[in-house]
Ligand binder design. Sequence first.
Ligand code: C5P
Length: 402
Amino acid sequence: MNDLAGKHFVLGLSGGIACYKAAELCRALIKEGATVQVVMTEAAEQFITPVTMQALSGRPVYGSQWDSREPNNMPHINLSREADAILVAPCSADFMAKLLHGRADELLSLMCLARPIDKVPLLLAPAMNREMWANPATQRNMMQIAADGAHILGVGSGFQACGETGDGRMLEPPELLEDIIAFFQPKRLAGKRVLVTAGPTFEAIDPVRGITNLSSGKMGFAIARAAREAGAEVTLVAGPVSLSTPRGVTRIDVKSAEDMLRATEPQAQSADVFVATAAVADWRPASASDHKIKKDGSGQTPQLAFTENPDILARVAQSQRAKSGALYCVGFAAESHDLVANAQAKRVRKAVPLLVGNIGPATFGADDNALLLVDEKGTREVPRASKLELARQLVAEIADRL
Ligand code: C5P
């Protein structure tokens, strides 16, 4: 994906050991289609050289407000006017204190102060020792800087270079990248709560065996990510999959359809949107054995009887909240043929306002897909694209209908 195509960043490095992560972040931004101009404070140059950052960004690094390469000798004006955002990563405790006071005694802080505040967002990735982070002065500074219009990307938690463990690590480059991409997405679902089910379910036969299906969960995870990018508060109820949780999304892991129902129904009571992408097993073994079913050498096979699983989507769509219009339900249909007819019939059967059809065997496990949107007015095809791109389009469609 080229989620940052056409975007130009000023990547500012202030002093901190996390400067080594800025090198990878710079590459990640460029891989995502952005151009990057690096600006470093004197302290940052103690941790990583401008040579590294120049090589990775493909542009000479700026470090001084007196840099005479600029014809007007005003790098603080010129560099900030070209940028779609200034990203300070790592942002040290000292640099936050400078921003708070509007200090401008070196190029990076000067540039942050001189940026057109309505046009050039300032994104900060703090990085510091846990005591420095927890210090009331830092917390106070951060609140005020945010109130002044900066966007704080948050910190990670864990083992720190100083040997202590706690909050204050700079987020990892992939986490920062996901948050930066999200920052630029339109906030179509701001203030909304979105609930998504995703992945297969696993129906136990005995303690070591079960019935499941080929759903990878990728579409549902992409929808959860896209909804969060659009500003929603997102809960993702996930069957057994090995996907990482999208940033900022609350995940509840479940196994069976019954677990999924138990996790989903209470969440649906306060959700504004429910998107059921999970490939819930239609049936489960009528009684799971407590012990592993053994071969006894006689050649006899075990007899399995099945019970129908609850239809989570249909149940939620029948709830008072959905019927009153407070909860907008979206179903998915994975079909192997006759997509239009099957999807239309399923929309009516499940009593949902929007049903999304796709061809199961062509999408299970893949990173791309093609969708058919079916609502009361008719159908619309959404052409093949990455699941994240499709998820963003679906989120826009849902937001239009709320
Ligand atoms: O009936 P079918 O399984 O094809 O319906 C698919 C839609 O219903 C999907 O949105 C799926 O998540 C949902 N579903 C469910 N609980 C089930 C079966 C399907 O929520 N037991």
